[in-house]
Write a protein that binds this ligand. Structure first.
Ligand code: PEP
Length: 241
């Protein structure tokens, strides 16, 4: 199982430091699931130092598709690796929708990240409009096929996050049944050995019923990962404590 905390653009470097230190009080060895946090780029160095001797992994929210060069405003995978980053989120719905990153671009990022031995959390998910039109499976299949085209897929280095756009940051999580149906579909497309985690308004109060589903292998958490205790309560729900 995998639990990710996506801090998005919510914390400055010093605020990130405070949260990282708070996490150390909750998450102690040995952990029963892989736990990873994704601070803003500018906070990675400081958070990396704090988490260094902890069981919590460090991730980044995005990555460039090239190593170096004339790519103003981008962040190289080499820089992330130097800072101790092991996981990268690629294709988060905010990147897809606010910054117009399409499957073709995301495919280049996935390919580069895997080539660099970064582990990828590749996000897929339908909008409300797509769901209401009955296009959910079609949209997700296309996101999987085009975003992961010609990359050496392995359950070691790739996790899929199913994040329905209508559930992210809205307080309206998918029901366990809806999430389960899509997770099962993703595993049908990619194979049963891949971890498929759910994201979209996960909270301590709904984590237990979601994780009880057969094909939900963890969570990518936004809002609730900004409070150390809430994030830990989600962890506890996952491990049945
Ligand atoms: C996310 O950022 O991936 C997310 C799922 O956000 P939230 O938990 O706030 O809905």
């Amino acid at each position: 199982m995998f639990l990710g905390g996506n801090w998005k653009m919510n914390l400055t470097p010093s605020e990130s430091e405070v949260l990282a230190k708070e996490l150390l009080d909750f998450f102690r060895e040995p952990l029963k699931v892989k736990v990873c946090v994704f601070p803003e780029f500018t906070a990675l160095e400081r958070v990396s130092k704090i988490l260094k001797s902890s069981p919590i992994y460090l991730g980044a929210q995005n990555v460039a598709y090239e190593d170096k060069g004339a790519f103003t405003g981008e962040v190289s995978p080499n820089s992330l690796i130097e800072l101790g980053v092991e996981y990268v989120i690629i294709g988060h719905s905010e990147r897809r929708h606010l910054f117009k990153e399409d499957n073709k671009l995301l495919n280049k990022k996935v390919s580069k990240a895997l080539d660099k031995n970064l582990k990828v959390i590749y996000c897929v998910g339908e909008t409300l409009e797509e769901r209401e039109k009955g296009d959910t499976f079609k949209v997700i299949q296309t996101q999987l096929e085009e975003g992961l085209k010609d990359v050496p897929l392995s359950s070691e280095n790739l996790i899929i996050a199913y994040e329905p756009v209508w559930a992210i940051g809205t307080g309206r999580a998918a029901t366990p049944e809806i999430a389960q149906e899509v997770h099962a579909f993703i595993k049908k497309v990619l194979g049963n050995n891949f971890l498929v985690i759910y994201g979209g308004s996960v909270k301590p109060s709904n984590a237990k019923s979601l994780i009880a589903q057969k094909d939900i292998d963890g969570f990518l958490v936004g809002g609730a990962s900004l409070k150390a205790k809430d994030f830990f309560d989600i962890y506890k729900a996952m491990v049945g404590e």
